[in-house]
Design a binder for this molecule. Structure first.
Ligand code: MLT
Length: 398
């Protein structure tokens, strides 16, 4: 009999969004006449831009002739995409090297798989509430995590405790689920803390494209010293509507080196290259052709137009909550609106209440951690008509 990875026994039975999908499925089966509006999982609803679609078609055509056919791609991804990522960073005032960029199938896989580079004995810091992938993947690995409280008192932007030592720090800004975004000064404190503690920051910037405040950093590498202590994960899921197409990128700086117990120097870029070349054969050429088109001027303009649409949805949701006198966070610089459940309801109770009475699906804050138990998350990624309709029903209910 195989000995199984019993760390899986320590996980909740279902992944958060799978649990929500099961509950919604049960509701729709029992109530086929009700029009359910889904503002739960952060999944986009607008089609890909024309420029990307054309590039995807061209990618397919390449596969049809022996002159242009592509087999296995380069280990870190095609240069056309990695160079485009470098230029994208440059436009945001950050300089990185194409050799530090790894094209991935999205930030979820890479933020999950990165745990393999770290030993069990680390102190791993995650905020509470948090994107459940960071916690679940560490549990699967048999690792313990330490929580740092994000709450209304600190505007859901916790800061490091100079008296506590940690080794691995997970951060997400703009934050999923709370929508809160760190400014330069706050990120500098985290970078200085990581450098002083010889710690590494795993920085998820999947929602950077939603930043509208020009003073907010869109990358941890905008902060001096970050290249010696941080890895950044980004995704085209939200930037370009690639939730179903799948493509992202991870930046692992060459300067990110630590000393092994043998005294040998270990480079995280070299380790990640070794990991990816062993376990991952890259993103399909067709998808990378589409990804390269995202970064062209026209491609970016099309993406920005879609982002503006989702931002407007977020505003519609936020305005309704404000009108109702419900305290909320996010909604600006973020597609997510994180709010206190009306009447201090527990978040899963509120989930059921909203589903049963307004046929609206959101995400219960408890799914992101203890500090979310009286909070709820709605997303701006729905279509306009549904978002307006959902908030009309919400307005009538409370
Ligand atoms: C979310 O709803 O939190 C996100 O869509 C999850 C993800 O990007 O994997």
């Amino acid at each position: 009999m195989p000995k199984l990875n019993e760390n899986y026994l320590n996980l909740k039975e279902s992944y958060l969004f799978a649990e929500i999908a099961h509950r919604v499925d049960a509701f729709t089966k029992a109530n086929p006449d009700k029009k359910v509006i889904r503002l739960g999982i952060g999944d986009v609803t607008l089609p890909l831009g024309e420029k990307v679609i054309t590039a995807l078609h061209e990618g397919v055509d390449c596969m049809a002739s022996s002159e242009t056919f592509k087999g296995y791609g380069p280990e870190k991804g095609y240069e056309m995409v990695r160079n485009s990522v470098v230029e994208y960073y440059e436009r945001n005032g950050v300089s990185i090297d194409a050799d530090e960029v790894f094209i991935s199938d999205g930030a979820k896989s890479d933020t999950g798989n990165i745990t393999e580079l770290f030993d069990k004995d680390n102190v791993i810091l995650v905020p509470d509430p948090v994107y459940p992938v960071y916690v679940d993947t560490n549990i699967m690995d048999g690792k313990n995590v330490t929580y740092i409280n994000a709450n209304a008192e600190n505007n859901f932007l916790p800061m490091p405790d100079p008296n506590q030592h940690v080794d691995v720090i997970y951060m997400c800004s703009p934050n999923n689920p709370t929508g809160a975004a760190y400014n330069h000064e706050q990120l500098k404190v985290w970078v200085d803390y990581a450098l002083a503690n010889d710690a590494v920051i795993l920085y998820d910037s999947a929602y950077e494209c939603f930043i509208t405040d020009p003073t907010l950093p869109r990358s941890i590498f905008a902060i001096e010293g970050a290249k010696e202590c941080a890895i950044e994960f980004c995704s085209l899921s939200k930037t370009a509507g690639f939730t179903g197409t799948r493509c992202g990128y991870t930046v692992v700086p060459h300067d990110l080196k630590f000393t092994a117990s043998t005294g040998a120097e270990m480079s995280l870029n070299a380790m990640w290259t070794r990991r990816q070349t062993t376990k991952f054969n890259g993103v399909s050429y067709i998808v990378q052709a589409g990804a390269a088109a995202v970064f062209t001027e026209e491609g970016m303009e099309e993406c920005k137009e879609n982002i503006r649409y989702y931002q407007e949805n977020a505003k519609i949701i936020a305005d309704c909550l404000a009108k109702k006198g419900i305290r909320y966070f996010g909604g600006v610089n973020s597609p997510y609106i994180w709010f206190e459940c009306p009447n201090n309801m527990e978040s899963w109770t509120f989930f059921d209440y909203l589903l049963n009475n307004a046929y609206v699906v959101g995400t219960p804050g408890a799914g992101f951690g203890n500090n979310g138990k009286n909070y709820f998350r709605l997303t701006g990624f729905g279509n306009r008509e549904n978002t307006i309709e959902a908030m009309k029903r919400f307005d009538e209910l409370f």
